[in-house]
Design a protein around this ligand. Structure first.
Ligand SMILES: [Zn+2]
Length: 182
């Protein structure tokens, strides 16, 4: 990565040996290792929701305003925003912080927001076997706000609904009201 970024700088016409840039490729390589840590394989997606508790609770559990920062794989510029995650438990529940960790995990790959939304929902569905899962991601994409059409403030919203959130209008409305509540 270090060598690669040095080439990018050279390609831009920069002097890679000047003081301010001489260590930049090393810093950038370190930074990408952190931002793309999902690719290292150190953390397994199957471990993220492993600690479960058996509880009889069949109302919606939700965690809103989970801040995240990921990287658009088309331009390699960040997109940042908030995730809202809800599920209706089957036989088990997980600690709320675990839901935030799932969001964080999938943010650490070269991403597209649509896929990230789907991955979060489908891991919860697969691991917890709940009666329903709902995920909404709202994000601002720098590949749109600082370049191209430069529409600052535009938010991309993606939604994935499974189970009861998809089939039952009342449940879906309850979730959406929660997302839109101040
Ligand atoms: Zn992009």
């Amino acid at each position: 990565m270090e060598e690669g970024f040095r080439l990018i700088l050279e390609g831009m016409g920069e002097d890679v040996n000047r003081e301010g840039l001489v260590d930049t490729p090393k810093r950038v390589a370190k930074m990408y290792a952190e931002l793309m840590s999902g690719l290292s394989g150190d953390l397994k997606e199957s471990d993220l929701l492993k600690t479960q508790f058996h509880e009889k609770y069949d109302e919606m559990v939700y965690l809103k305003n989970i801040e995240f920062a990921s990287m658009c794989e088309h331009h390699f510029l960040p997109f940042t925003g908030r995730a809202h995650v809800a599920y209706i438990p089957g036989d088990s529940i997980v600690g709320l912080s675990k839901l935030a960790r799932v969001v964080e995990f999938y943010a650490r790959f070269p991403q597209v927001q649509e896929r990230m939304t789907y991955q979060i929902a489908s891991l919860i569905q697969k691991t917890l076997n709940p009666k329903g899962v709902a995920v909404v991601l709202e994000a601002s994409h720098t590949c749109m706000t600082i370049r191209g059409i430069k529409k600052a403030g535009a938010m991309m919203v993606t939604t994935k609904l499974l189970g009861r959130f998809k089939t039952d209008e009342k449940t879906r409305a309850e979730f959406m009201a929660t997302v839109h509540a101040p």
